[in-house]
Write a protein that binds this ligand. Structure first.
Ligand code: SF4
Length: 430
């Protein structure tokens, strides 16, 4: 058994990063907008924000990897080294996550001391590719999502000195991670430039030409339709939809929590979670679930299915193990909906402070909260059920209900739960 792997969480902004660390991450990755695949919804638009994040992480003894994994056109090249030089004048990332060979070459020529991890965008599937990147001075490979545990093990045996990182949780593309043009085609936003619109998960309906502009003109498909390729007359691909449309490109999400031991045995040193645009709540719950599973693993305890409670408490499209045990086939798709219908909890609020004198928690509200309802206060180490007895609006007026769109409110609470408390509400039995 190799050394305990790290838990690597996404950090879409400073707050998410802090919760990721509080709930168990060893390291985070964050993107610099101009050169990473999170151009939108990125809380690290300024160099100073990246520097602040790295300083915070290093004070905790944790790591920050900075993604610069875009596939740039010529126009973006001249500013690259200038941008990196300015960032390095402020801080020192623990590594750079990169994919474009040209940018990697520029990084190595201008900043040879920098550590480079090969992004999943490079789709590294075999040990020959790993050896190639090793010769190019790459320290770690983030293996392709479209690879099995058996293949990871073969790579590790062929290249034992190369660090291997593997995605263990989160959304999956229906193409080789990110290398698709659906978003370009449908909305002129290029996934390889960091502006994917998730077009694969849109709700598609078949319309007759005259009905395209009018929602009311939609008629459900009543007959059966098939796609047939001329050389394969026996392979019929069914086309179907109901009144909600169809989601024929909508992959279920990856969840490898029960496979961490096998991944570690195969040589993976870093367990990575997808989702820089996901919520603080998502980051906290997923970090906690995997932290607990990894702690069990480190002490020889078997996988505890109870860790799935936090996994199912977040929005998801249903789970598969990706390609870890081979091609998932059509069970890998969620055809009926692109929204989460499997979540067992609804996120309600983040605790933003405690008024000791008045014994009130200050909440930043995400979803409605009301008097008399029971909620769960989630802390990094434990949960606590409580019922809201008194509720106050932003101005301190006593109210019975606060709606989700309101920015903050107060509830009576007997003690200060500390800086990283999250409130959720059970909506289904786990
Ligand atoms: S459109 Fe879908 S499959 Fe394509 S890059 Fe975006 S998320 Fe991935």
């Amino acid at each position: 058994m190799t050394a305990a792997p790290e838990l690597l969480m996404p950090a879409g902004d400073m707050e998410k990063m802090k919760y990721a660390f509080a709930f168990g991450a060893d390291a985070v990755y964050l993107g610099i907008p101009r050169f990473s695949l999170r151009a939108r919804e990125n809380g690290f638009k300024k160099l100073e924000q990246v520097a602040e994040a790295i300083s915070y992480a290093h004070q905790l003894g944790k790591k920050v990897y900075v993604t610069a994994n875009i596939f740039p056109h010529n126009s973006k090249l001249p500013s690259f080294t200038k941008y990196i030089a300015e960032l390095l004048a402020l801080c020192r990332p623990d590594a750079w996550i990169m994919s474009d060979p040209g940018l990697i070459m520029m990084m190595q020529e201008h900043f040879p001391q920098e550590v480079i991890h090969m992004s999943v965008q490079s789709n590294t599937l075999n040990y020959a590719s790993v050896k190639f990147w090793q010769k190019m001075g790459i320290k770690r490979i983030i293996v392709s999502r479209e690879i099995s545990i058996k293949e990871i093990k073969e790579i590790h045996e062929a290249c034992p000195d190369m660090e291997l990182e593997s995605f263990i949780h989160g959304a999956i593309c229906m193409a080789y991670s990110g290398r698709c043009l659906i978003s370009n085609y449908l909305s002129h936003r290029d996934s390889n430039q960091g502006v994917c619109t998730n077009s694969c998960r849109w709700e598609y309906k078949v319309y007759k030409k005259e009905g395209v502009q009018e929602e009311t003109a939609y008629q459900p498909l009543l007959d059966q339709y098939y796609l047939k390729e001329s050389e394969r007359p026996d392979d019929l691909f069914e086309l179907d939809e109901d009144e909600h449309g169809s989601y024929l490109m909508n992959s279920k999400d990856l969840c490898a929590i029960a496979s961490l031991g096998e991944l570690q045995e195969a040589g993976v040193c870093s367990f990575k979670v997808e989702g820089r645009s996901k919520s603080v709540y998502y980051v906290a719950m997923i970090a906690r679930a995997y932290r607990r599973a990894m702690d069990d693993l480190a002490t020889g305890r078997p996988f505890n299915p109870q860790h799935m409670k936090d996994i199912f408490a977040t929005s998801n499209r249903g789970f598969i193990e990706g390609f870890l045990y081979g091609n998932p086939g059509d069970v890998g798709q969620e055809y009926l909906t692109s929204n989460s219908e499997y979540s067992t909890y609804r996120y309600v609020a983040l605790v933003k402070g405690y008024d000791k004198d008045r014994q009130r928690l200050n909440l930043r509200i995400g979803n409605p909260i009301k008097v008399g309802q029971t909620y769960e206060l989630c802390l990094p180490q434990q949960d606590e059920l409580f019922t809201v007895e008194e509720l106050f609006d932003e101005k301190g007026n006593s109210v019975k209900l606060v709606h989700g769109g309101i920015s903050s409110c107060w509830i009576k609470f007997p003690k200060d739960p500390g800086p990283f408390a999250v409130i959720r509400e059970a909506i289904k039995f786990f």
